[in-house]
Ligand binder design. Structure first.
Ligand SMILES: [Zn+2]
Length: 333
């Protein structure tokens, strides 16, 4: 059974590390602050696939879900779950080898999306995409798209890098993928060339291992924001450096959006989605120290989850105020 945060905190002081029984993810840990929560990073498909995510989100007080999806799915999702979702879409890369057509089609696509009240355009520019598509975020073919996004008030969301350890394994071929540091030139060029277009760097802009680097990016580019999605990765790094992470989340409280990066899959149980919301709640709203209750392939053994107990005003900004301000999301309450 899940102990309350307060109980856990006193146990934590007594024993430093509590080892609770397996977690019941259907029992959300207590809230520290009562405020809406916007999950600003998920991937959704059809209503049937999204149903379990919605069930879990309701259990965890998630008032709005920003789903990366197609225009057509957004219509079906709004019909099935009114008021539950806002949306992000990806560009159409089919004609990337015809620059004029690529730009014209995609400017039209984002104009249509803006008319349908989409808030975000997703750029999945991880190293494999860069290598396979021969395209980076500072590519001239994207200039017209970024300019139009700025005019329309659409925000970008980009996945720019993966965990440091992947650069020793999956991206070990430096000639093909570059180093981890190499990934950031494309982001910095984009931010510098398009100061009127805001960009959210997903997963702490791909570098939760190096808060110094993130500080430098945030200080240099006022149009850069971060999200704290990718539960295993972010919880791993926060738990390794809880004091530094807490200080960072407070210092940049106006620049970080809450998100999970949950990807809906037909057949996954509610508990799969809830496990991520459970971890986030413990991580941001409590000072609990416990075993990470899910497997983390990048951290075999027994990873520890350390809560950083953010202050209430930082939690409000993280959970909804930044998303409302930056993305123009309108909450009912
Ligand atoms: Zn994602």
């Amino acid at each position: 059974m899940l102990a309350t945060t307060r109980n856990r905190r006193s146990r934590t002081i007594a024993s430093r590390k509590s080892r609770p029984a397996p977690v019941d993810f259907n029992q959300p840990p207590p809230r520290k602050v009562i405020c809406p929560i916007i999950d600003a990073h998920t991937h959704v498909g059809s209503p049937a696939e999204a149903a379990k995510l919605v069930e879990s989100a309701r259990l965890y007080d998630i008032e709005r879900i920003l789903g990366i999806t197609s225009l057509n799915n957004s219509i079906a999702l709004d019909a099935e779950f009114p008021g539950c979702f806002d949306y992000a879409l990806s560009l159409d890369y089919r004609h990337k080898d015809e620059p004029q057509k690529f730009q014209r089609d995609n400017v039209r696509l984002i104009e249509t999306a803006a008319r349908r009240d989409f808030k975000v355009v997703k750029f999945w520019y991880k190293p494999t995409f860069n290598a396979d598509q021969q395209m980076k975020l500072d590519d001239a073919r994207l200039t017209a798209v970024f300019d139009r996004m700025g005019e329309l008030g659409l925000t970008g969301l980009t996945h720019i890098a993966d965990p440091d350890c992947w650069f020793d394994t999956a991206y070990g071929d430096v000639e093909r993928f570059g180093t981890k540091a190499d990934q950031y030139a494309q982001l910095e060029n984009m931010l510098e060339r398009h100061p009127n277009t805001n960009m959210i760097g997903a997963h702490m802009a791909g570098h939760p291992e190096d808060l110094e680097h993130l500080s430098q990016l945030l200080e240099t580019y006022p149009n850069l924001y971060l999200d704290n999605s990718a539960t295993k990765w972010v919880s791993r790094e926060v738990s390794l450096n809880p004091e530094g992470a807490r200080e960072f989340f407070i210092r940049y409280a106006d620049r970080i959006l809450f998100g999970t990066d949950l990807v809906v899959r037909g057949g996954w149980p509610v508990e799969m989605y809830s496990s991520r919301y459970w971890i986030h709640r413990v991580m941001w709203e409590s000072s609990t120290v416990c075993d990470l209750p899910i497997d983390d392939p990048d951290n075999p053994g027994k990873p520890t989850l350390v809560g950083i107990d953010l202050p209430e005003d930082a939690l409000r900004k993280l959970y909804y105020q930044n998303a409302v301000r930056l993305l123009g999301i309108i909450l009912d309450t």
